[in-house]
Ligand binder design. Structure first.
Ligand code: 5GP
Ligand code: ZN
Length: 112
């Protein structure tokens, strides 16, 4: 598997870990778009949110259970934004589903 995020989750490529459990890995984005910018990924390869199904949705649930833990660990008591890009029009660059957690400042009103 040549997927960079599979390798990051497996520890084969270094990353700055923020949270980890048996189904989820969360780490700092290498090119932060906000003071806090974390990527939360499932430990199985799911290409995008468009590929969620009944066989992998337990991993998706685990990702969403992890998000508040990541937010607490990062001091995001004042709120944050969760974004997942899907496919070409969504400008998804890494084809392993990931959820961006952005915060640490008042975010622009016009993103969504
Ligand atoms: P996308 O555009 O697919 O929604 O987001 C991909 C994100 O992954 C980008 O924000 C990019 O900075 C981040 N990224 C890409 N490669 C790496 C890497 O090797 N390590 C880390 N920590 N982040 C990465
Ligand atoms: Zn992958």
């Amino acid at each position: 598997m040549s997927c960079i995020f599979c390798k990051i989750a497996a520890g084969e490529i270094p990353s700055e870990k923020v949270y980890s459990d048996d189904k989820v890995y969360a780490f700092k984005d290498i090119s932060p778009q906000a003071p806090v910018h974390i990527l939360v990924i499932p430990r199985v390869h799911i290409e995008s949110a468009n590929d969620i199904n009944d066989e992998n949705s337990a991993y998706v649930a685990a990702v969403f259970e992890a998000i508040p833990k990541v937010a607490r660990a990062c001091g995001l008591e004042n709120g944050y934004r969760v974004i997942t890009n899907v496919g070409e029009d969504g400008c998804q660059t890494v084809k392993h589903m990931h959820f961006h957690i952005l915060g640490g400042k008042k975010l622009p009103e016009n993103v969504v």
